[in-house]
Write a protein that binds this ligand. Structure first.
Ligand code: 5GP
Ligand code: MN
Length: 345
């Protein structure tokens, strides 16, 4: 049996909304990752199975390695179809905000969602959820929003109605937010849920291959290049990798090509803190990704130095300025956190 996690009153409250709603919009965060897309599509498949008119809208494009997911072609990109998306958002009965803890995480969609008279529910696992939804289902101890979506559907009494397609999306989100069940993945209930998803007919090995083993030659060469320029700060048990716009052009960079790069330096013995800086040409900022192993709080570093946040071991933020300035800021962060970093790992 699966443990409960989500409070009964929240399940009941949402079930009531769901029964009455005809038009539902599901939104997720900017630069959607596997959990954003997986949780959104998992919920979408379920809602469609119940005869609802549901739409998934995300602020901008998502990486190619998620495009195989059932329903991915029906996702609306806000930056391309703003007018149509605005109409759906304004006319929705219910808006489900997935895998985000603040409206700012949906970027250019925030105003439209804030202005909509729809009932709003948040389903998320990031720390410090902002208070912008009538129902807030926020459990940072749960490793993915996709898992919460599975739990919510089951608690509403609809396990039987979870299709193979929905199960594939939910599994993908659970898998990608735990690095293929290599971090944040010690909760035994995760494996109970996987067994339930297998019952739905998913091929977990194939999903792994579709997500992680379908990269281009360029991506692998880019990885080699980025790693050859890696900076290691042995004293601080830290490593830094970066990618400028010129470097992206040189390797015919496609969105998603650097996915997972930030984790690679963690495979060095005694490195437990890594940073990846990438010029985001679409948004004219430098995107920061931070990772750690153990107790080092990268979400604090992200909040203190890069206007961001996230989880203890995986966080991110943004920087406005040049790559050189971003590196200097990272080095300042190393200095500030020296007492926590210069310990024996
Ligand atoms: P990634 O490095 O994969 O882009 O992000 C890892 C995690 O950091 C995300 O799941 C999210 O929790 C958090 N994160 C990433 N970028 C931002 C940001 O700009 N602001 C905040 N508050 N959190 C972020
Ligand atoms: Mn997530």
């Amino acid at each position: 049996m699966l443990n409960k996690v989500i409070e009964q009153s929240k399940v009941d409250h949402f079930a009531k909304w769901f029964e009455r709603a005809d038009n539902i919009v599901i939104v997720s965060h900017v630069s959607p990752d596997g959990d954003a897309i997986g949780s959104s599509l998992g919920l979408w498949h379920f809602m469609e199975s119940q005869g609802k008119n549901a739409n998934v809208i995300v602020p901008n494009a998502f990486p190619d390695f998620l495009k195989w997911m059932p329903g991915a072609k029906d996702i609306l990109l806000y930056d391309r179809y703003k007018e149509f998306a605005d109409k759906l958002i304004a006319e929705a009965d219910v808006i489900c905000c997935l895998d985000l803890n603040a409206l700012s995480r949906i970027d250019n969609m925030a105003d439209a969602v804030a202005a909509s008279p729809a009932r709003k529910i948040l389903i998320d696992h990031h720390l410090n959820p902002a208070d912008f939804c009538k129902i807030t289902i926020s459990y940072p101890e749960i490793s993915s929003t996709s898992e919460l979506v599975f739990r919510l559907i089951c608690r509403m009494g609809y396990f039987e109605d979870i299709s193979k397609k929905a199960a594939e999306c939910i599994y993908t989100g659970m898998m990608t937010d735990t690095g293929g069940f290599t971090y944040n993945s010690n909760n035994r209930h995760i494996y109970f849920i996987i067994s339930e998803l297998l019952l739905k007919g998913i091929d977990k090995d194939e999903i792994y291959r579709k997500v992680y083993n379908t990269y281009s030659e360029c991506r692998l060469r880019l990885m080699g290049y980025v790693l050859s320029n890696m900076k290691v700060y042995s004293d601080c048990h830290a490593a830094l990798i970066s990618l400028t716009k010129e470097e992206q052009d040189k390797f015919d960079y496609l969105k998603g090509d650097s996915e997972g790069f930030v984790n690679i330096p963690l495979s060095i013995k005694d490195v437990f803190f890594t940073c990846f800086l990438r010029e985001d040409t679409e948004r004219n900022i430098i995107k920061i990704s931070l990772r750690s192993v153990g107790t080092f709080p990268v979400n604090k570093v992200a909040a203190d130095f890069f206007n961001g946040g996230g989880h203890l071991n995986a966080s991110g933020g943004e920087f406005t300025g040049t790559m050189e300035e971003a590196i200097v800021t990272f080095e300042k962060a190393l200095k500030a956190y020296e007492p926590l970093l210069k310990v024996k790992s």
